[in-house]
Design a protein around this ligand. Structure first.
Ligand code: 3HC
Length: 711
């Protein structure tokens, strides 16, 4: 039976509700009666998002229970893995369908009977807001509650900015909403967001008992919207909002949502509830219709899609991963090892000398101890992770492991030698992975008699922090090895992006043109600081020259057959921040300033190479010159089948290179400014600077057809 029909029948035709209680619904809502307490269960996998079916289910079920005089209070609970995870993000941008969230919330808030939200797992976004329109909230200890809309470029648009400050005050509410921070049940209880923590595994029974207690007490119904105490004391305290603005300016540069969130919370404090709701709506709609939020919502789904490989079988049982071997205890090998240790997976760590091994293990310990000092993990956890390391100087020890990850320096002969040895030692089903960032994985696999077991697992530095993992599928990598590697990657909390074999794989390859163009324009008359500023203003944390100075010019392993600025800087002892000078001069606090010597070197190199000088490029010209070629490279990566989909390229750039998420990544960005404009820009550059700028065939085809790269 359709729930909406059920609701309609029960109310319109006044059937005896007892006849129809306990009927299993085919829609998202199920209702039953436990004595005087009505229970509404929403079951809409995977995460009970508040899409149209759930809204209809809630609307019908609440109307039916409201109209049943035998029901004295209502418990709202969700089946499956979580309480409501928020509005259905895939509905944004589509024609809204009634009943709207606001209508359903108004129905619940004005029901006239106590409504108790029973929360497990997560109450997020609209799910948290729904809990706030209920009269009471109970939760199991493992539950988490939060308003993460800011991560989607939005603000809580169903009353969250008005009700949460009324419960916990604007300062704390801003702290949660501005940073999308969720809190556990204990903190929620302490702050007054929930009324009771109930036993794990007994949520429904204890929520019903709580509801019965409220009925027995017969106290007048309280609604969050009517609370004044927390906001009254914050009126005439503009410093609360000034502090929030200062924090947001530092941590969320370039994002639009934080300012609207602050304005909405200001409205909660200064306006009556209904006017505050109206203001929240205006500010929400402004964000919802912005390109930034469209980009961030696109990114939300892109990240989840990245781990999926169409047609790939699930990992077979004989590829169960219980122990990992890492070759090389340097910066990369140590960081890679930490991923597994933190996930409770033992690691055999191999080095050539005791000294290198001790040094590597010492760094891992220091990293964990620093995390403990910052309160991120406990001292017990530090020791638990360290106990999972088996140090080794004997390659034979890798015969015990299920996956080997080689992380030695980038030389094909060295890697091939290691893989030939591994071939003889490793278990028959072991996965043999290389962390190479640009060498040909097919050639490495060819050094073994089992190329189907070989693939690339390309971590980004610092490997224990960066979430991106490029899983490089070589020509003969088997499907089961790929599937097991994808599963392993989500076990260690990485976002896996599958890449084919090519120079630089996805992230390094696509971003190479940005560096090349940056190096080219400084020889044509634009300064390094102008280039860095243009990209900083675009939303990158740093421009390419500041980044090279930070990493160290001597570390960047690249030699060119002609005179370069970088080589001259190195000759002058300018190795970057660590030597006090690189592309910039640095003071004792490592504050950069432009360098006359660098300007002189640039002029000399340009003169020697006969490069024609132009007036400096402005911000807009620099963005085109540096980033259109990135889009072009992305299109080539796509047309060659190196990436599975355009959104994978965006995920790789955002997570691997800090491309600003509010533009959606280079592919989404290109779509949002229009492919025709990119093609025209590239053709103009090709005419001036050569055929390397010719737009990729895919780009031209999509542009002419009026298509998008990210469709
Ligand atoms: N809308 C639509 N789909 C959603 C969704 C949502 N709010 N939340 C999750 N999903 C989908 C995911 O896309 C994924 O789909 P897939 O299986 O097809 O890939 C599936 O649900 C499972 O999600 P995860 O892979 O993320 O599952 P996890 O168990 O790792 O995480 C979660 C669960 C913590 C609930 C996580 O999904 C999450 O953080 N969801 C988003 C929460 C959120 O941002 N809510 C606010 C929405 S905006 C809003 O409410 C506006 C309101 O103020 C008006």
């Amino acid at each position: 039976m359709d729930l909406q029909n059920f609701g309609m029948t029960a109310t319109a035709n006044r059937l005896d509700p007892d006849e129809i209680w306990n009927i299993q619904m085919t829609s998202a809502a199920h209702q039953e009666k436990r004595g005087e307490i009505g229970v509404i269960t929403i079951d809409s996998p995977p995460v009970n998002a508040l899409g149209i079916n759930v809204r209809r289910g809630l609307d019908s079920a609440f109307r039916a229970l409201r109209d049943d005089p035998a029901v004295k209070a209502i418990v709202l609970i969700c089946a499956g893995r979580t309480f409501f995870a928020g509005a259905d993000i895939s509905e944004f941008g589509k024609e809204p369908q009634a009943p709207l969230l606001g209508d359903v919330f108004a129905l619940i808030e004005n029901l006239g009977k106590p409504v108790i939200a029973a929360i497990h797992c997560t109450a997020l976004g609209g799910g948290c807001e729904l809990a706030l329109v209920c009269n009471y909230r109970v939760a199991v200890p493992s539950a988490r509650i939060g308003l993460p809309e800011v991560k989607l470029g939005l603000l809580p648009g169903a009353g969250g900015t008005q009700r949460l400050p009324r419960l916990i005050g604007p300062e704390l509410a801003l702290d949660l909403i501005l940073f999308g921070r969720s809190i556990d049940a204990a903190e929620a209880l302490r702050l007054g967001v929930i009324d009771k923590v109930v036993s794990e595994g007994a949520l429904l029974d204890e929520a019903i008992a709580f509801a019965a207690e409220m009925v027995a007490q017969g106290k007048p119904l309280t609604r969050v919207r009517d609370r004044e105490d927390q906001i009254a004391q914050s009126r005439d305290h503009p410093e609360i909002f000034a502090a929030a603005r200062a924090r947001a300016a530092k941590t969320a540069r370039g994002f639009l949502a934080p300012e609207n969130i602050i304005k909405a919370v200001e409205a909660a404090v200064s306006l009556p509830f209904d006017e505050g709701m109206q203001r929240e709506r205006e500010l929400f709609v402004e964000l919802r219709d912005s390109t930034q939020s469209a980009a961030q919502r696109y990114y939300f789904f892109a990240e989840r899609k990245a781990g999926k490989v169409p047609g790939l079988p699930t990992a077979p049982a004989d590829l169960k991963i219980e122990r990992v071997g890492v070759i090389g205890a340097g910066t990369m090998g140590g960081g890679i090892s930490m991923n597994f240790l933190s996930a409770g997976i033992p690691v055999t760590l191999l080095e050539m000398s005791q000294e290198a091994l001790d040094r590597g293990i010492g760094v891992i310990r220091r990293n964990y101890e620093n995390s403990a000092r910052r309160g991120r993990i406990s001292d017990v956890e530090v020791e638990r992770c360290m106990d999972l390391i088996t140090p080794s100087l004997d390659m034979g020890d890798l015969g015990e492991v299920d996956v080997v990850i080689e992380a030695v320096f980038e030389r094909m002969d060295v890697k091939q030698d290691i893989f030939a040895k591994l071939d003889k030692i490793a278990k028959p089903h072991a996965i043999l992975a290389t962390n190479t960032s640009f060498l040909n994985v097919d050639e490495i696999a060819a050094a073994t008699s089992r190329p189907e077991s070989v693939l690339g697992l390309h971590f980004f530095s610092p490997a224990n922090v960066m979430r991106l993992l490029e899983v490089v599928r070589a020509a003969r990598t088997s499907e089961s090895v790929l599937a097991a590697s994808m599963a392993l990657s989500s076990r260690i909390g990485k976002v896996a992006v599958v890449s084919g074999v090519c120079d630089g794989f996805i992230a390094n390859r696509i971003m190479t043109p940005r560096r090349e163009q940056a190096e080219a324009v400084i020889l044509e008359g634009t300064t390094p600081q102008d280039v860095d500023k243009a990209l900083y203003d675009f939303g990158f944390t740093m421009g390419p020259f500041a980044t090279m100075d930070l990493v160290g010019l001597d570390v960047i392993d690249r030699s060119e057959p002609y005179r370069t600025v970088k080589a001259d800087l190195l000759k002058a002892g300018r190795r970057g921040q660590k030597s006090g000078a690189g592309y910039y001069d640095y003071d004792e606090s490592r504050r950069p300033s432009p360098s006359e010597l660098v300007a002189k070197i640039i002029a000399e190199v340009a003169a020697e190479r006969g490069i024609v000088q132009h007036p400096p490029l402005n911000q807009e010209e620099l963005v085109c010159r540096l980033l259109y070629p990135v889009v072009n490279e992305g299109a080539r990566i796509l047309q060659e089948g190196i990436a599975q989909r355009a959104s994978d390229i965006d995920v790789a750039c955002i997570l691997g290179y800090g491309w600003p998420v509010y533009t959606g990544g280079p592919m989404f960005w290109a779509d949002s400014i229009g492919l025709a404009q990119i093609v025209t820009g590239l053709r103009a550059m090709a005419e001036r600077f050569g055929s390397q700028f010719e737009p990729a065939e895919l780009l031209v085809r999509k542009s002419e057809a009026g298509d998008r790269l990210t469709d």
